[in-house]
Design a protein around this ligand. Structure first.
Ligand SMILES: [Fe+2]
Length: 436
């Protein structure tokens, strides 16, 4: 295993905890009380539920560390347990919005009580490496829900949401999409740093790649529009059979949130209702749509190993880095992540400083990128927390790179996100690859 420097000096556990909790509160600070209770779709969750659930997971973690740990409330645990059978029978996800109790005030009280309990635990105990790993997992879990909360807020409020912080996007540089040639051979994929990563990023292992090309830019709205205008959604020949069924069943004619008004494609998101920006990366497409576009374009999706090598391999130095630009943490100059507070994907060419050694742009941030890889454990996988990641090893595809909703502390080149093939409420796009 190659060792690389840690991407940042590790902050004390308590500081990381406080920062993470603060970010959750900031996301909901401007909401009206009524906003906290509403669930707009079966795959969304009410903000109230997220706040409670991210607190509950610390209780679940503390109960693993201390066998005598007593949960705050049996009723809260039942409502806030997402899918962990080991902690009882969870409530139906699709019905999280039908509960008026616990109330919003009670959830905030619970949030603060858990803060106190975790703070006391960290201050009063000697934290060994396994305990530290479990508590840190709680931070990263909270980051995941912060991003899910952003998806939900867009669906619930769009431009009626008033973020505490909002910045303008950077001025993009002129870039041209080109296929980047990457040599095949044995590539060692997985996380090789010394900070936190999820169990599914380990162990590092060797894979064999053929020579391939991968596009320097993600597919843009303008490019995707050509697929639509060429009848892409009307011809079965571009689609996987299951995907074609979804097109017909859901009457898909464009990415989620797109709407044709007076012959013009519009979208409605945090920025407001407006014309599609042809230079922005296409967002809110399912795996099926990404795969269909690739077939139409005479290309294919990259595997996650191909994506990771294009993002993190430094061919000159023969080393792998944590991020496309090296091992230093993300900054506002390198990637559009949650703390950029732009609340949208930025135009291609907006982050030349974040390009990979191979010259691929915006691999971190802006939009998650679908890969063709099945979401399964790596060879030698060992669970880091039962039911967290491992029970989803079927019927999902891997996405890489993070989005404008991903907190920066939680992203890295080896990070594996996963969603079902027809899901498109996430900030999902893609880039194309091709055999050489
Ligand atoms: Fe969760």
């Amino acid at each position: 295993m190659t060792t690389v420097p840690q991407q940042e000096e590790k902050k004390p556990l308590l500081d990381q905890f406080k920062e993470t909790r603060q970010r959750s509160l900031e996301l909901v600070k401007t909401l009206e009380k009524d906003d906290f209770v509403v669930q707009t779709a079966f795959y969304m969750s009410p903000p109230k539920w997220h706040l409670g659930h991210i607190s509950w997971i610390y209780e679940a973690i503390l109960s693993k560390i201390d066998k005598n740990y007593e949960f705050y409330s049996k009723e809260f645990s039942e409502y806030l347990n997402s899918y962990y059978q080991q902690f009882g029978v969870p409530h139906d996800k699709a019905k999280r919005g039908i509960f008026s109790r616990p109330t919003v005030d009670q959830i905030f009280e619970y949030f603060n009580t858990v803060n106190q309990r975790v703070t006391n635990f960290i201050q009063e105990n000697i934290i060994d490496s396994e305990t530290s790993r479990l508590i840190t997992m709680g931070f990263h879990h909270e980051c995941q829900h912060q991003e899910l909360l952003v998806y939900d807020l867009q669906h619930l409020l769009a431009d009626a949401y008033r973020p505490v912080q909002k910045n303008s996007p950077p001025t993009p540089t002129q870039v041209k999409n080109q296929p980047v040639k990457i040599e095949g051979g044995v590539y060692t994929m997985g996380y090789n740093g010394s900070a936190y990563c999820y169990d599914i990023e380990l162990p590092e292992h060797k894979v064999y790649l053929n020579d391939y090309t991968i596009d320097s830019l993600p597919v843009t709205n303008g490019e995707y529009l050509k697929f639509i205008e060429d009848g892409g959604y009307e011809d079965f020949k571009y689609w996987l059979s299951d995907g074609w069924e979804k097109v017909k069943e859901n009457k898909w004619t464009a990415p989620m949130y797109w709407e044709k008004v007076d012959g013009e494609w519009m979208t409605h998101d945090f920025i407001g209702k407006r014309k599609i920006n042809p230079k922005g990366p296409v967002c809110h497409v399912s795996f099926y749509e990404a795969a269909a576009y690739c077939k139409w374009a005479g290309k294919r999706l990259p595997t996650e190993a191909e994506w990771e090598k294009a993002a993190c391999w430094n061919n000159e130095k023969q080393t792998k880095t944590i991020f496309p630009w090296g091992n230093d943490s993300p900054t506002k100059e390198r990637a559009n992540l949650l703390e950029s507070y732009i609340w949208n994907a930025t135009e291609v060419g907006s982050y030349p400083q974040g390009a990979s050694q191979y010259g691929c742009h915006q691999m971190i941030g802006d939009v998650w990128e679908w890969t063709s890889s099945e979401y399964v454990g790596y060879p030698g996988f060992q669970t880091g927390f039962d039911e967290y990641n491992d029970k989803w090893f079927t019927n999902q595809k891997v996405l890489r790179g993070g989005s404008f909703g991903t907190p920066s502390m939680s992203i890295r080149g080896s990070y594996r996100n996963f969603f079902r093939l027809d899901e498109r409420w996430l900030f999902s796009g893609f880039r194309c690859a091709k055999d050489q």
